[in-house]
Design a protein around this ligand. Sequence first.
Ligand code: ZN
Length: 508
Amino acid sequence: MKRVLLVIIDALATRIVGPAMQDGRLPNFSRLAEAGVFRQESTAIFPSITPAATASLMTGRYPVDHGIAGAFWYDRDSDRVAYYGDDIWVMLNEGIGTYFEDFLVNLNFTRLQAETLSERVEKAGMTAAVLNYMWFRGETRHDVNTPLLLQLMPGVSLSDSISGPTITTLGDFVTSRIPDSDEMLSASGGLTRRYGFHDETSGEYLLQLARTSGLPEFTLTYFPNNDWDSHADGPAEAISTVERVDGIIGELIESSGGLDAFLSEHAIVITGDHSQCDMADSADDRAIDLDALLEGFDRVPAGSAWGDTDDLMVCPNLRTAQVYFHCSSTQEHRDEVCRRLLSDPHVDQVLWADPFRSEQNSRFEVRTADRGRLSFQPTADGTEPDCTDLYGNRWSIEGDLTAIDASIGPDGQVQYGDYPNALERIANGFCRVCGDMWITARPGSEFCLSETSVHAGGSHGTLHRLDSISPLIVAGAPDDVEIPPHPRSVDIAPLCLTILGVDPPDRL
Ligand SMILES: [Zn+2]
């Protein structure tokens, strides 16, 4: 049995990584791709936002099933806002311990609605290691160490322990004993390395585990820096960050006795949760001010609960945003909000599910200013579909497929341009806690409110291919394991389980 190492690099973009591999800048990725399979296009979910997108990698499911609606949403049942900003680690740097508590406990144990890959592996009697990943739910208790700097801050009190896979690390907060050893995993974090939520720390944990006991049956290692650096400096500049991850993988291979020896024992899967587009040069083009666009509507202040007179709540998620309407809102309100939003040339699409404000999302709408409007739904059994897709879905379509830059090919299959796999991603992107409406921005722009800021370098969140396409490298997998020819984020967990000989659960 091959052990599986899943390497997730945040915001890994094929358009950056592909040319860098050709130029010899990622030598270890290149030799793994040569020894195995390199898929240029693995498609993210919608919204292409880290908490939702990494949850899909970890569960094999879309938001409709895992219940994570981006990084910023409103939970109607508990009347609470969930905020796991894309810069969650920046908030940690600011010392806001309650975010970490919410993140540690609620995100994994209350909000996530689907079984994780590591839970599945351990239920099958194998050992899993999850190193510095947002999704770590499991059965083994681990002590939480509050870093001294956080202990000194008023109002910060963290849980004494969490439960995770047998081997769990969460930056400076949680480490584990190395199996069959007296040694604890330890790596340097601290303030300069975002309390250990940092590529160098992830790499140190991974290498120490491999050198001391060897990797267990399943290991997931998460490298966050490429997303931060791409946001700040642009995805092309951040390639030096990916080069350092390539170097860590190279060290791992050498410490295992070279590539052949490594691949005789391990299968390695490398991918990203989404990609990033470049932000516009001019600050005016970068920010879509939703307060200005929705002037006249009473908006709930960001992070607050509903007031009696509020009309709507807006939750920006970088290049996408969710709009929640008050329970007394009418379809006319929605149409007026849609009209206002589409009057801004930086807004691309407005999406909603019908019937309006119902949990029975049977039909999906896409409105644009310049490419028409589309209405679609999964085709009912016994009815002829208007088109099918690569994944066996059958769709009934009304209106303009140009709204998602798609057309129907001679074989009856939908063909996508700028918005890969849009129908499936939209239909599965609406979950119980998401907004009544999603808005997407054209490449180069992000949504903001008076309380929030925008990035200068790169960003993501939409259905657009610039936000959505990561590479998939798989090496060392047994010959009889088929690597999906057109992979999606939701295919990664089933692929890892198949390599391990574990049956994916139904619909995983
Ligand atoms: Zn990001």
